[in-house]
Write a protein that binds this ligand. Structure first.
Ligand code: ADP
Ligand code: MG
Length: 428
C-alpha cells in the first residue's frame, strides 16, 4: 500500500456526519422536482383551474415563463379564510385521507404545487368567490403570505401570477435561458389539454401579443376542437377509433380517440393521451402504435393520435411521478395489446379502401383525363374545372388544401407527403 492509499483508507474509516437539513433547503429541493421548468408550473396552474370547475382558462407568458406566467380562470375561487395556508406545503382541498387517493377525480391531490412555486418564484393570487362584492389579492414567498390579503376589484374566479421563476436557482435559470423552447412546450401542453377538455375554452399568448397561439372555444365535437387547435389538415386525416374490454380476468377499460390515416405525414409522431382525464405519457403504448403504423402505412409512419382511456379508478395508481406525468395501470400490457390490435384493424381497413379507390381510378380510362367523357362525371365532382385541365397544369384553389394533396385530382398516387399545415406548426 502506498502513502496515498493508506491516507484514503484512514479517511474512509471516518463516516461523514449526518445532519438534518434546514426546512427551507428541503422545501427548495422538493420544489425543484415538482416545478422542473416553466411548463410544469403552467400545467399545475391550469390543472388547478380545471379542478375549480372553470369554463375559461387564459394563460399569458413572458420570456418563456421565466419572467411571468399568469393563469386566469372563472372557477369557484378561493375562500378568504384559506388564503393564509394556501401556499404552505401539503395544504389541499382535494384529499383528506390516504384512501381518498384510490378514487380521486381531481388532477391535484398533494397540495404541493403552489407551495413549490413560492419557493422558486414570486406568486401573487387574486381571487373572488361567488356572492362576494370584492376579491382579495395577496403575494407569497417561501410558502407564506407576505402581508395580509388586500381587498381588490376582481372578476369571477382566480388569477395566479408567477414571476421570476427560478430566481434563486441560478444553474437552472441559466440552462433554461439558453433553451428558447419553453414557450413552445407551453403551447403544446395547452393544445393537448384543449382538445380533451372541450367544455373549457383555453387561450395562450405571449405577454403583449395581440394574437393567441392557442385559442379554443367550448364545443360538443372533439373533431371540431382538433380542427381549431391543430388545423384543418390534421383534422381532415383523422379516423375515429374505439376499443374496450370488460373482463376482470384480463382488463377493464374503454378507449375512444382519433388516429391519423395515410394522408397524414409528419416528421414526428404526436400522441395525446389521457387516462381517466389525466394528461399522461405511456411510452409502451406509443411504441406499440408506432410499430403498427410503420408496418401498415410506411409512408405515414409518424401518426397523430388522440386517445382517452377510462378505467376503474382503483386500477390506476396516480401517485407514481413527482409531476404526475405517468400513471401506472393494472394489466397495462393487455390494454396496450388490445389497443394496438384495434389500431391495426382500423389502419388495414382504411388502407384497403384507399387501395380499392386507387384501383378503380387506375383501371378507368379517364385516368388519362379528357379522353372518355361519359366516365368522368362519376369520378370528378360536377362542375369541376379540372375536367379540362391536364394534371400537370392544375393549381391549388383551396388554400387550406396542402400542396401535394392529390386525391382531389384523381391522381393514382395518393400517398404523397403532406405538409403539416396547421397554424400551430408555425409556432412550433
Ligand atoms: P392541490 O391541487 O394538490 O390541492 P395546489 O398547491 O395545486 O395543491 O393547490 C392548493 C389548493 O389551492 C387546492 O387544493 C385548491 O383548493 C386551491 N386552489 C389552487 N388553485 C386554485 C384555483 N385556480 N381556483 C380555486 N382554488 C384553487
Ligand atoms: Mg394542484
Amino acid at each position: 500500500m502506498d502513502d496515498k492509499e493508506t491516507e484514503r483508507a484512514e479517511v474512509s474509516l471516518e463516516p461523514p456526519k449526518i445532519q438534518r437539513l434546514e426546512e427551507s433547503v428541503v422545501n427548495r429541493i422538493a420544489a425543484g422536482e415538482v416545478i422542473q421548468r416553466p411548463v410544469s408550473a403552467v400545467k399545475e396552474l391550469v390543472e388547478n383551474s380545471l379542478d375549480a370547475n372553470s369554463t375559461s382558462i387564459n394563460v399569458v407568458v413572458k420570456d418563456g415563463g421565466l419572467k411571468l406566467i399568469q393563469v386566469s380562470d372563472d372557477g369557484h375561487g378561493i375562500r378568504y379564510e384559506d388564503l393564509a395556508i394556501l401556499c404552505e406545503r401539503h395544504t389541499t382541498s382535494k384529499l383528506s385521507k390516504y384512501e381518498d387517493l384510490q378514487s380521486i377525480k381531481s388532477m391535484g391531490f398533494r397540495g404541493e404545487a403552489l407551495a413549490s412555486m413560492t419557493y422558486v418564484g414570486h406568486v401573487t393570487v387574486t381571487t373572488i368567490t361567488k356572492g362576494q362584492l370584492h376579491g382579495y389579492r395577496v403575494s407569497y414567498r417561501d410558502g407564506l403570505m407576505e402581508q395580509e390579503p388586500k381587498p381588490c376589484a376582481a372578476v369571477k374566479g382566480t388569477q395566479i401570477m408567477v414571476e421570476n421563476l427560478f430566481y434563486n436557482m441560478i444553474a437552472r435559470k441559466k440552462t433554461l435561458q439558453n433553451s428558447s423552447d419553453d414557450y413552445t412546450k407551453i403551447v403544446d401542453l395547452l393544445s393537448r389539454l384543449a382538445i380533451h377538455h372541450i367544455n373549457v375554452g383555453f387561450s395562450c399568448r405571449k405577454h403583449g401579443a395581440a394574437r393567441a397561439d392557442v385559442h379554443s372555444v367550448t364545443t360538443s365535437s372533439r373533431l371540431d376542437s382538433i380542427r381549431t387547435v391543430y388545423g384543418v389538415s390534421v383534422a381532415r386525416s383523422l379516423m375515429n377509433i374505439e376499443a374496450s374490454d370488460n373482463d376482470p380476468s384480463t382488463s377493464v377499460f374503454k378507449m375512444d380517440g382519433f388516429i391519423s390515416d395515410s394522408n397524414y405525414v409528419a416528421k414526428k409522431a404526436t400522441m395525446v393521451l389521457f387516462i381517466n382525464d389525466r394528461l399522461v405519457e405511456c411510452s409502451a403504448l406509443k411504441r406499440a402504435i408506432e410499430i403498427v403504423y410503420t408496418a401498415t402505412l410506411p409512408k405515414a409512419s409518424k401518426p397523430f393520435i388522440y386517445m382517452s382511456i377510462v378505467l376503474p379508478s382503483e386500477h390506476v395508481d396516480v401517485n407514481v411521478h413527482p409531476t404526475k406525468r405517468e400513471v401506472s395501470l393494472l394489466n397495462q400490457e393487455i390494454i396496450v395489446e388490445k389497443i394496438q390490435s384495434a389500431v391495426e384493424l382500423k389502419l388495414r381497413q382504411s388502407n384497403e379502401s384507399v387501395t380499392y379507390q386507387e384501383q378503380t381510378v387506375a383501371s378507368s380510362p379517364s385516368s388519362s383525363l379528357g379522353t372518355s367523357k361519359e366516365l368522368q362525371p362519376k369520378l370528378l365532382s360536377p362542375g369541376s374545372q379540372s375536367q379540362k385541365v391536364p394534371v400537370h397544369k392544375m393549381v391549388r384553389t383551396d388554400s387550406s388544401d396542402p400542396a401535394g394533396r392529390l386525391h382531389a385530382y384523381l391522381q393514382t398516387k395518393p400517398h404523397k407527403p403532406l405538409a403539416e399545415n396547421s397554424s400551430l406548426t408555425a409556432v412550433r
